[in-house]
Ligand binder design. Sequence first.
Ligand SMILES: [Mn+2]
Length: 190
Amino acid sequence: LLRAVARRHGPVALLHFDAHLDTWDTYFGAAYTHGTPFRRAVEEGVVDTSALSHVGIRGPLYGRKDLDDDEKMGFGIVTSADVLRRGVDEVADQLRQRIGDRPLYVSVDIDVLDPAHAPGTGTPEAGGLTSRELLEILRGLAGCRLVSADLVEVAPAYDHAEMTSVAASHTAYELTTLMARQIAGESTPE
Ligand SMILES: [Mn+2]
């Protein structure tokens, strides 16, 4: 998806909601895994390194260099605790300023949410965002040039009472709504 949008729009701003950095070099010895996509994206030049942000980070680190490497790639980090302390309006304002009028790609790993809101995922981490916080930050991005998005890591086999499915489907709905506002406004999304 990132390769496709970069072909059309050039390098895109990236807003990545996740408990984990996903900028590792290799994961269990493999270069292309669910823990490495954004390092590959930086290497391939498909993202704009002046506007890369993670939101919701709190996961365990894989190695000593994880945070240094991530910063060198250009990422800014809004931790899960930052969202609690600063609040969704301030966080959304800061993200909008960083994104500016660049074409924007949003990636949501459902484990950005606390397992109380999204238990059905492969690598749950305690201390995450509420679904209310995630939805409100996304609504706060209205006006951004969202050109494409993904929502990953929903594992229905681990879900209970469709909690994760409800959180994921409503998140996808908000992302779609941001794109619909684009169509009503100016540019065409993917
Ligand atoms: Mn994750």
